[in-house]
Structures are given as structure tokens and as C-alpha cells.
Design a binder for this molecule. Sequence first.
Ligand code: PEP
Ligand code: MN
Length: 362
Amino acid sequence: MTKINIDELFRKRPLIIAGPCSAETEEQVLGTAKLLAESKKVDMFRAGIWKPRTRPGSFEGIGIEGLPWLQKVREQTGLPFCVEVATTKQAELALAFSPDMLWIGARTTASPVTVQEIADALKGTDTYVLIKNPINPELELWTGALERMLRSGIKNVGLIHRGFSVYGNMEYRYAPMWHLAIEMRRRNPDVLMICDPTHISGKRDLIQSVSQHAIDLDFDGLMIESHIDPDCALTDKNQQITPGRLNEILNSLIWRKEKSTEPQQNLALQQLRSQIDQIDDELLQLLGRRMSVADKIGLFKKENNITILQPERWNEILEKEIDKGAKLGLSPEFIKSYLEAVHGESINRQNSVIYEGKTGNK
Ligand code: PEP
Ligand code: MN
């Protein structure tokens, strides 16, 4: 069996990590890993042995007993393995079994104290670490966890986008909030970022479309939960898929490249982009003009003692614009968030005019 070059693997695109949510038995772990390895599409095996569950009373992981099973996966299939650690103790125990990579789970990323303790425990090692986004939509916590690892001298750190917990979200188990992952990527362009479509989806039939969406957004890879017998899984059973189904999904995905190598195609794209740039310039000019009018309205309201917001007028604008937008092929959701941003800024400007006597005019 060829020796695993983890450094090369960390830089491989796409990087595909798969394996069960939890290690349950040696047979389940090895049986799943063998099928995943046979597919030749999976680069790394994952399994949780300590499971941070939101509520008590369900399977919380097999514990240290599972670590030798993961070593057997590596010996018998050649797949390197990664495992989640949520405390210093777990990190120390895991390191004794030479994992190829560790990951920090969403509930742990939300706790800077714990992240710091784990970062301290990893200091001086050359461990590879992936950090899941925190369970709540808070980029600073995610960024903080990344910084804590980097400051501890851990050079090989990557990120996993697994969606965010929001109250009342129905379609997904965890709302993808793609814009947050995109922003994290913009801030850290050189850091590996993979997507975990499994936890975003929460159910099997969404995994393929969420994976394709991640690829279309140029993620560096995927982490997908796969179990030899998902219906009998002790954790996350609704979202785990068999290695066979995983293979089908991976075969069906269209991997796009960031840039074309064809000069003709690049030129065509460049022309379209310059149209977009031109339109963006025009939109900005118009927005600037709109805000100057808002300042004048602010002044008028101040002089005549009129409230800044009139809910009736705001409803009227919303309805009218949503209607017009629909005729132009623009979705009501887009029109609503666009108007909320513009209208919110308009209110801020009027506030400044009324209370600080300022206008944005230069
Ligand atoms: C997991 O990967 O099984 C897991 C517990 O994930 P998360 O931390 O994203 O909930
Ligand atoms: Mn899971």
C-alpha cells in the first residue's frame, strides 16, 4: 500500500471526505470504509467517536474504543482518517492514534475557550485541522477559531461549511446561508474550504443538490456522511447514505473550474463582465442620487415635524416594486431584501439629517 501523503491530499481538489456520522462497531466502520475505498472517489475516511449531542439521552459515541478501528481502516484500505475532537483530553487521546486530520465540530467552534484549549493542546504538533462553522450564524466566532489555530502554529487549517442553526428553518436542517461561507472565503482566500452537505440537508434527498450548489460556488471539496446501513445508524440516520448512493451522487456531480483555459471563452466572459461593471456603476450613481433625495425628505420631515417612517408608505413601495419586479423576472425575495437594504439606508440618512443635521452630500 502506498504511503499517504497528507500534505498532497490537503491540497487535492476536490477533496472528498466520507464516512459514518459515528463509529458504532468495528464491522460497521470497516465495512463502510471498504466500500468507500472501492469507489476510488473518496480521499479520506471520517467517523465521530465522541459525539457532542445537543440533547442528552442518545448515543454519545463509542469513545476511545473506536480509535483502533480507524487505524485499521487506514491499514486495510489505505484511506487516511479524520476524527472530531471537542476537548483537550479528546485531542490528546486522538493524537496518540496518529489521525491524519482532526476536525472541530460546530458546537465546539461556538466556544472560544474550548477552541483555545484545543489549539494549546495541538501546539508543536503538525496536525491538520478542519474547523466547522459555529452552530450560530456568527462569522467572527469562525474567524476566531481559525486565528486561534494559526496562532498556535498549526499551519494546515481548513474550514467546513455545515450550515447554521436558525429558528423555524424548514427546508434544511441547518440553513446554508451561502453568503456567510462566501464572505468567509473572501476573507481567507488561501484557506481550504469544503462543504458538508449532509448536515445542511438533514435528509438524504437534498444531498445531491446541496453538493452541486457548493461545487458551483467553487468550494474545495465535500464531507459527506456515509453508513453501510443508514436506516440502522445510531446518529443522524435520516441524512446518511450508503457508499453506493454516495458513489452515484459523486458520479452525477458536475465539477466546474474557476477559469476557462480557452482564450475565446475568457474573452466572451470578460465582455459580459464589463457590461455588469458598467451597470453596477450606473446603479451606484442612481443609489447616490436616491440618497440625496432621501436627505431632502429628511430635512422636509424635520421642518414639518413628520415621522421618518410611515408604515403605509413603506408597504405601498414594497407591494408596488414586488409587482414590477415580477414583470422583470425578479423574485419577490430579491426585491424585498434589496428594498430593505435601500430603505434601511434611507432611514439612517434621514435620522442623521434630523438628529445630527448632516447630509451625505460631499
Ligand atoms: C458530525 O460531523 O457528525 C457533526 C457532529 O457535525 P456538526 O459539528 O457539524 O454538527
Ligand atoms: Mn453527523
